[in-house]
Design a binder for this molecule. Structure first.
Ligand SMILES: CC(C)(COP(=O)(O)OP(=O)(O)OC[C@H]1O[C@@H](n2cnc3c(N)ncnc32)[C@H](O)[C@@H]1OP(=O)(O)O)[C@@H](O)C(=O)NCCC(=O)NCCS
Length: 153
């Protein structure tokens, strides 16, 4: 597969929106699935809003002209002080997984972060998203924080 990575364009909207369902992977069973799906759609739709609120970058991976993955990267301030890069969303189309697309997208986000002069790139994923956890570990990311939830009676 001949994969190219480039900044997102307006014409990618439909293909990027198709990836929203990928972003619900592994979300805890006590969360409302409909609300999770809607949030994922809104995150992606935000990239195409007339005046995006946040600075940052969105890249797509294409194969033979078709969008097969996307990554968004932004900045936030860590509680210890430094601003760092933060991956908001990363998704690869089901038919294109395990071909190195995720690795290429992440590497592009890392290059973006380096160009901003940032030292760390962080992200969060659902504890139940075993695919993502294996992927991030395989490409050199280390687990930093764990969030606990108790469902109250
Ligand atoms: C997680 C995700 C982005 C990985 O993308 P991908 O293009 O399949 O990843 P790559 O092909 O670059 O994989 C790189 C390495 O990660 C590891 N890896 C990826 N998927 C894996 C899986 N299902 N099981 C175990 N290891 C896996 C492997 O070591 C792989 O290298 P290999 O194929 O040579 O063994 C993709 O599965 C996805 O879109 N998932 C749904 C959305 C999501 O969970 N996003 C992340 C949370 S924000």
């Amino acid at each position: 597969m001949n994969v190219q990575i480039r900044p997102v364009r307006e014409e990618d909207r439909d293909a990027v929106m198709e990836l929203a369902s990928q972003l619900t992977e592994g979300v805890a069973e006590w969360r409302d699935p409909g609300a999770v799906a809607e949030a994922a759609r809104q995150w992606l739709a935000g990239f195409f809003a007339p005046s995006p609120e946040q600075r940052g970058a969105v890249f797509v991976a294409t194969a033979d002209g078709e969008v097969v993955g996307m990554v968004s990267v932004n900045t936030h301030r860590h509680f210890t002080g430094p601003v760092e890069a933060y991956i908001g969303e990363l998704a690869v189309a089901p038919h294109a997984v395990r071909m190195g697309v995720g690795r290429r997208l992440l590497s592009t986000a890392e290059d973006w972060a380096r160009r901003q002069g940032l030292r760390h790139l962080t992200l969060e994923t659902a504890a139940g998203n075993t695919t993502a956890r294996r992927f991030y570990a395989a490409v050199g990311y280390r687990e930093e924080a764990i969030r606990f939830t108790r469902v109250l009676d």
